[in-house]
Design a protein around this ligand. Structure first.
Ligand SMILES: Cc1ncc(COP(=O)(O)O)c(CNc2co[nH]c2=O)c1O
Length: 410
């Protein structure tokens, strides 16, 4: 791994060799979930074959062995994000649960009525709805920083919304619907200068670029394993140690306690405090294997490869009559959203599917963003390390075919 041409890595992914509707699978729905390399599949399978036991508190070999694997995975994630300490890494089910944890534990115990949470117009529902919950619970106010037609934040408007009551800024590093890459380190500096903490939604970033939470300066960072070539059901919340240590637990049960009596219970320190119940141990081990796989190739190489594909696909579709690209930020990663005149995105997706090309159509869990553009949804192609020029050509051919079918100009 690492020295091979990236498109050769498609052979690492068993599913990519299966036909779809009798055609070669052209998987371009990676922003929804990525496919899994054999190394990740084998890591999970091997755990159940050789190491399975419940973790922590065990007195037998397998339990201690499984605990070691689990905590080794925590250290791999720490290193991957360049967090200062492994205790700053909390395992969750995914980005959505990570954000809900911060909303229900940190925000609900910190914010006062009238305090403000600032998000952006490009957020995924997972970085909108949890904040609506907590604003409703405590009487805080949700504010939204606008974006321009290109899909970029407007710095002056962002700054104007940062005020003395802003307690939290919650922003996506990469938009799942537009592909916009936000200048997170700069936005963190602005938020901190205004006295606000910052949560970064990294779901669409971690597979496309190196992430260094200390360099970003953020207070929380969330991502999902399944968007990083890892399994579903495992995600990560990074939090500054001093914040996690001061946060109340948000789910009660085993593992997160120190003592329990019917009168009162005391709680374990972070991260165990936030990991109630039996975790997805095998998924955690497989996530560590996914990180090893990605780092074996190199995130810079992956990002450059995907950037070249995105540029090729964008130029090709923009040359087609009646095609409008939604999201033209100066810096983008992984995602191409488009509309084809006279063809509903769902119809386009269905026609592409008939030829084995998998894209996503709809609002992409970003309904407010679609409203901002005055549209109901888009057709979205999203790229990964195993995609190649042939995949781009199949996408373009499918769009031309749809245009011919709908009487448009092919
Ligand atoms: C920016 C962003 N934030 C949060 C989430 C939620 O992640 P989860 O908890 O793992 O579901 C997603 C998932 N995005 C998509 C899931 O399916 N299509 C998508 O674009 C996302 O793209």
């Amino acid at each position: 791994a690492g020295g091979k041409d990236l498109s050769a890595h498609a052979a690492d992914f068993p599913i990519l060799s299966r036909p779809v509707r009798g055609r070669r699978l052209v998987y371009l729905d990676n922003a929804a979930t990525t496919q899994k390399p054999e190394a990740v599949i084998e890591a999970e399978r091997r755990f159940y074959r050789e190491s399975n036991a419940n973790i922590h508190r065990g007195v037998h070999f397998l339990s201690q062995h499984a605990t070691d694997l689990y905590e080794d995975a925590r250290e791999r994630v720490r290193s991957f994000l360049n967090a200062a300490r492994a205790e700053e890494i909390v395992f969750t089910r995914g980005t959505t649960e990570s954000i809900n944890l911060v909303a229900q534990s940190w925000a609900r115990s910190t914010l006062q009525p009238g305090d403000e949470i600032l998000i952006t117009a490009m957020e995924h529902h997972s970085n909108i709805v949890p904040w609506q919950f907590v604003c409703g619970q405590i009487g805080a106010v949700l504010k939204v920083a606008p974006i321009d037609d290109a899909g970029e934040l407007e710095p002056a408007a962002f700054d104007a919304l940062l005020g003395p009551r802003t307690r939290l800024v919650a922003i996506t590093e990469v938009s799942n619907a537009l592909g916009t890459v936000n200048p997170v380190a700069d936005l963190v500096r602005r938020a901190h200068a205004a006295g606000a903490r910052v949560l970064v939604d990294g779901a669409q970033a971690v597979a496309h670029m190196p992430v260094d939470v200390q360099a970003l300066g953020c207070d929380f960072y969330a991502f999902s394993g399944h968007k990083l070539y890892g399994p579903t059901g495992i995600g990560v919340l990074y939090g500054r140690r001093e914040l996690l240590q001061a946060m109340p637990p948000w789910q009660g049960g085993g593992s997160m306690i120190e003592t329990v009596s019917f009168e009162r219970s005391t709680f374990a320190p972070s991260p165990q405090r936030f990991e109630a119940g039996t975790p997805n141990i095998a998924g955690t081990v497989a996530l560590a294997a996914a990180i090893d796989y990605v780092l074996g190739i190199g995130l810079e190489r992956i990002g450059a490869h995907e950037h070249a594909l995105l540029a090729k696909a964008t130029a090709a579709v923009q040359a087609l009559p009646g095609v409008r690209v939604i999201g033209n930020a100066a810096r983008k990663a992984g995602v191409l959203s488009l509309l084809v005149e006279g063809i509903h995105p769902h119809d386009l997706g269905t026609i592409l599917d008939a030829d084995g090309v998998a894209i996503r159509a709809g609002h992409h869990c970003a309904m407010p963003l679609m409203t901002r553009y005055g549209i109901a949804g888009t057709a979205r192609a999203s790229f990964a390390l195993y995609n190649d020029d042939e995949d781009v050509e199949a996408l373009v051919a499918g769009i031309r075919k749809a245009q011919a079918m709908f009487g448009g100009r092919p």
